[in-house]
Design a protein around this ligand. Structure first.
Ligand code: NDP
Length: 330
């Protein structure tokens, strides 16, 4: 089977030379282990962080070894109790065709309950991030006016729709193309949306939210965060989920210049890490799963085919090639 390895730590934008797609022997599973053939592999912005050696909340990828990430696949051999060939599992052995690992690290998923790819997106990690970040970190309450950046992406698209379904007074999104903006308003039911490449974010946000915002869900950082602080209402809340605009910077990005506004508004900024919120998973799957089935919550996936395109798919997420969750289909 083939697997992607990190050869050198990228400086700035990752380059193809920093990686290799290598052929490896498929090991038989040992006691307690399973062998899985991956069907769908996830590529996510946080993986850029794992390519660097900087200390963070997940360990850096090891040089010369297979990279990791979320994946869903079919068990082809099992030495573990309770998991049999033919079962489908969600696990962390992505970036490769076949994975062998301790069955304790796998969660069984039902391909008849929902399409397998959705366990990586709308019903998976990015969905839970949206749900927990909005409801818990940002303390969303009915009547709030909510602004989300990266709004046509996996997390952002779901944040805006959950806010709408839970009674937001206004939902505003930003994204990087006119086509994405159209999707937000016409399909996802946002009240307003703008293309951040069409002009200054602060001006476009003020026009889209003339009465200000109560919640900002930040996927992007930079100008977006500064603009959101500028439009924040009293007791406003900002959930810092991601800062994709700075992930490839080689120098630290300047912080927002208007933090003093938090005094006037008694505003709050709080970071969010999805790993802290898995206790919400059953409630999330139940509530969001029902909205997905009823069609009240829409989702998109951008599916790239072939393990050989795994790296390009990842780079595509950083560039904004995706609408909704970016997934590699093997
Ligand atoms: P997305 O599906 O949103 O893909 C990333 C998107 O970011 C791209 O599609 C692109 O869309 C946008 N983007 C890229 N560069 C810029 C830029 N310079 N300015 C503005 N937008 C940009 O990814 P996810 O939904 O998986 O993740 C969204 C964010 O959430 C990321 O920051 C990620 O790191 C974070 N995250 C955090 C978690 C946590 O636990 N804290 C868990 C999961 C995700 P466009 O065309 O609109 O530019």
């Amino acid at each position: 089977g083939r697997e992607w390895r990190l050869l050198s730590r990228p400086v700035g934008w990752p380059k193809p030379e920093d990686f290799e797609l290598a052929e490896t022997e498929i090991r038989r599973p040992g006691p307690g282990e399973v062998l899985v053939r991956n069907a769908y592999v996830s590529v996510d912005p946080y993986m850029r962080g794992r390519m660097s050696s900087a200390k963070s909340y997940v360990a850096p990828f090891e040089l010369g070894k297979a990279m990791q990430g979320g994946a869903v696949g079919e068990v082809v051999a099992s030495e573990a109790e309770g998991i049999a060939p033919g079962d489908h599992v969600l696990h962390f052995g992505g970036w490769r065709e076949y994975a062998v690992f301790d069955a304790k690290q796998a969660v069984k998923v039902d391909p008849d309950a929902a399409p397998l790819s959705t366990y990586l997106g709308v019903l998976g990690m990015t969905g839970l991030t949206a749900y927990a970040g909005l409801l818990r970190t940002a303390s969303f309450t009915e009547g709030d006016s909510v602004f989300v950046s990266g709004a046509a992406g996996a997390v952002g698209g779901q944040v805006g729709q959950i806010a709408r379904l839970k009674g937001a007074s206004r939902v505003i999104g930003s994204a990087g193309s006119d086509e994405k903006v159209k999707l937000l308003v016409e399909e996802y039911g946002f009240d307003a949306a703008f293309n951040y490449k069409n002009g200054p974010v602060a001006e476009q946000l003020r026009a889209a939210a003339p009465d200000g915002i109560d919640v900002y869900f930040d996927n992007v950082g930079g100008d977006h965060l500064e603009a959101a602080i500028g439009s924040l209402n009293e007791k406003g809340r900002i959930a810092i989920c991601g800062m994709i605009s700075v992930y490839n910077n080689t120098e630290p990005a300047p912080g927002p210049k208007n933090l003093a506004r938090l005094i006037q508004t008694r505003g709050r900024i709080e970071g969010l890490l999805v790993g802290d919120h898995y206790d919400l998973q059953p409630q999330f799957v139940q509530e969001v799963g029902a909205w997905v089935r009823s069609g009240e919550l829409k989702y998109r996936e951008t599916v790239v085919e072939g393990i050989e395109n795994n790296l390009e798919a990842f780079l595509g997420v950083l560039r904004g090639d995706n609408t909704g969750k970016m997934i590699v289909k093997l």
